[in-house]
Write a protein that binds this ligand. Structure first.
Ligand code: MN
Length: 472
C-alpha cells in the first residue's frame, strides 16, 4: 500500500488532500493512508480557536471545519497525532483516540492502531521536562498556562509505550527523538536551520523520552515534524553481541507551504485487508496500567524495579486472546464519529457551542469495553482542577510569541517532478513538494531560519528564543 506522510498540517486540509490527488493522478497510483505528524489544528468553531496556543493574529479557521461538518469528506483515511498547536479542548475528548471527523482518526495522547495489519503508533504533544511527571490535570476552559501545558507529553504514555514487546512498523511523534540529528546529515541540517546549532552541540535537540522509546521499540519507521525542515536519518539497532539487528528509518518533514518538502510517499507491504483496527497489545496495556492514570497536577512516578509494585506490563499471548474475546474477535474501529461541538459557518452568526464536559461517545465506548477510567467523566476532577489552575494563572505569553507561526495561504498546489535525490530516505520513499514560487513570499520572512540582520528581524530573534523554548 501507499502511505503518504505529512509534516505539520496547520489546518490546511484542503491543500493537503488536493496535493494528494494531484500525485495520484500524475503517478497513476492510489494513496491508501495519510499520516499527519501534528499541529493538525482540528478547529470546529471559534471557541476551539481560543483553546489553541497560537497568537490571536494566526488564529484562523482554515479548512478542518468543512471535514467536521460533512461539507467535505477526507478522500483517504487519515491518521493524526497532536503537536503544540491544537484545538486541545477537542483533542482532549479523545484521550485514547477516535475520529475527529469522518475518516480522520486521532491517536489520542498515545496509542497504537493497525491498518492492513501494519502497526502504527503515535505520541501526541512535545516534551517539556517540567511537565513530564505531572498528571493530565488540564481541562478547558484553559488558563494561559494550561493552554500550553496540556500538549506537553507525560511519563505515563511513554511508560505504556515501553511495555510493547511485539514489533512496531511505524511510530509518529511531533517533536524529534533527541539525538536523531547525529544519525543523519547534521551539517546539511545546520545549513538549513542555523539556530539549532547550540541545541545540537549540547545534545538538547529533541525529546529524551522519545529517544529512549526509539531505542526500545526499534520501529521500522519513525516520522516527526515540528522543526519545519526535511531531515532523514537511519538509526541502527544492535543486539547484545553488537550485531546489527534492525534499523529505524527516520524522516521529518516541513510544514505545508509552497516549495517545501512537506509530503512523502512510502510504499509498504500490508499484511491484511486495508481496514483500521485497534491493537490488541495496546488495549491490554491500557487495561493493565489503568491504575497509573493520574489526573492531578502533582508529580507521579511510574513503577520501577526495586519497589513493591508491579512494574512490568509486558503482554502475554493469553492477555492478547482475552482482549480479542472481549471484542468478539473483531477489533475493527467502527465509524462512530459524533459531532460534539457546533460548526463554524462562513458569514454566519457563529454563536458556537463548546463541549466543556468533554464527553465523547467514542471515548465512553472504548472505556466501557476495556473497563478503564474515562478521564473526562469524573466531576470531582473537574472542580479540583479548576481551583488548582485558577490559583496559578499566569499572564499571557501571546504577545511575545507573535509572528512565529505561519499559517498557509490558500494556493493551488502545483507539483514539481518527483525528486529522487540523495536526500531521499530510501528507494521506497518518493519525495514531493509543492513548488510554485508565490508572490506571497513575505510569508517566508517569518520562518524560523530567516532570522538575522535588519532591525525588524532582530525583534523576531528575541521572539524566536522564547518560541524555541517550546521547540526543544
Ligand atoms: Mn509544532
Amino acid at each position: 500500500m501507499k502511505i503518504a506522510v505529512e509534516g505539520c498540517a496547520h489546518g490546511e486540509l484542503d491543500r493537503i488532500y488536493e496535493t494528494l490527488q494531484v500525485i495520484e493522478k500524475r503517478e497513476n497510483f492510489k494513496i491508501d493512508l495519510l499520516l499527519i505528524c501534528g499541529d493538525f489544528q482540528a478547529v470546529r468553531n471559534q471557541g476551539d480557536l481560543r483553546s489553541m496556543a497560537v497568537p490571536p493574529k494566526f488564529q484562523k479557521m482554515n479548512t478542518f471545519y468543512k471535514y467536521y461538518s460533512g461539507e467535505k469528506k477526507a478522500p483517504v483515511l487519515t491518521i493524526i497525532i497532536g503537536g503544540n498547536h491544537e484545538a486541545s479542548n477537542y483533542m482532549q475528548e479523545l484521550p485514547y483516540g477516535g475520529w475527529v471527523a469522518p475518516s480522520i482518526y486521532y491517536l489520542g495522547y498515545a496509542s497504537v492502531v493497525q491498518f492492513g495489519g501494519i502497526r502504527i503508533g503515535g505520541i501526541s504533544g512535545i516534551y517539556k521536562s517540567h511537565d513530564f511527571f505531572k498528571g493530565h490535570h488540564e481541562f478547558p476552559p484553559y488558563t494561559e498556562e494550561t493552554k500550553r501545558s496540556v500538549y506537553h507529553v507525560r511519563n505515563l504514555e511513554f511508560f505504556r509505550m515501553k511495555q510493547i514487546s511485539r514489533p512496531i512498523d511505524i511510530m509518529m511523534s511531533h517533536d524529534w527523538p533527541r539525538g536523531i540529528h547525529s544519525f543523519g546529515d547534521t551539517d546539511a541540517l545546520l545549513r538549513k536551520k542555523k539556530f539549532l546549532e547550540k541545541d545540537i552541540r549540547t545534545n538538547s535537540l529533541g525529546s529524551p523520552p522519545a529517544e529512549d522509546l526509539l531505542h526500545t521499540l526499534c520501529p521500522a519507521y519513525w516520522f516527526s515534524a515540528h522543526l519545519h525542515v526535511k531531515f532523514s536519518a537511519i538509526v541502527p539497532h544492535k543486539d547484545e553481541l553488537g550485531e546489527l539487528k534492525s534499523e529505524t528509518k527516520f524522516l521529518s518533514l516541513d510544514k505545508c507551504l509552497p516549495k517545501r518538502d512537506f509530503l512523502q510517499i512510502l510504499n509498504i507491504k500490508h499484511k491484511k485487508p486495508l481496514k483500521l483496527e485497534l491493537d490488541a497489545e495496546w488495549m491490554a496495556i491500557l487495561k493493565s496500567t489503568n491504575h497509573l492514570l493520574h489526573l492531578k497536577k502533582s508529580n507521579c512516578y511510574m513503577p520501577t524495579p526495586g519497589i513493591d509494585e508491579r512494574y512490568d506490563f509486558k503482554v502475554s499471548d493469553e492477555e492478547m486472546k482475552s482482549i480479542q474475546e472481549d471484542f468478539g474477535g473483531d477489533l475493527s474501529i467502527p465509524d462512530n464519529f459524533v459531532q460534539t461541538g457546533s460548526v463554524y459557518t462562513v458569514g454566519g452568526f457563529n454563536n458556537y457551542r463548546s463541549n466543556e464536559s468533554l464527553i465523547n461517545d467514542q471515548t465512553t465506548l472504548l472505556c466501557d469495553m476495556l473497563g478503564i477510567t474515562n478521564p473526562n467523566k469524573s466531576k470531582d476532577n473537574f472542580s479540583n482542577i479548576h481551583l488548582e489552575n485558577n490559583s496559578e494563572e499566569v499572564g499571557s505569553a501571546d504577545s511575545v510569541e507573535e509572528e512565529l507561526e505561519v499559517i498557509c495561504i490558500p494556493q493551488k498546489p502545483v507539483m514539481s517532478s518527483a525528486e529522487n535525490s540523495q536526500e531521499s530516505l530510501d528507494q521506497d520513499m518518493l519525495s514531493f513538494d509543492s513548488s510554485n514560487s508565490s508572490k506571497h513570499s513575505l510569508l517566508d520572512s517569518s520562518d524560523m531560519d530567516s532570522i538575522n540582520s535588519n532591525p525588524r528581524k532582530k525583534l523576531k530573534r528575541r521572539n524566536i528564543n522564547l518560541y524555541l523554548d517550546d521547540l526543544s
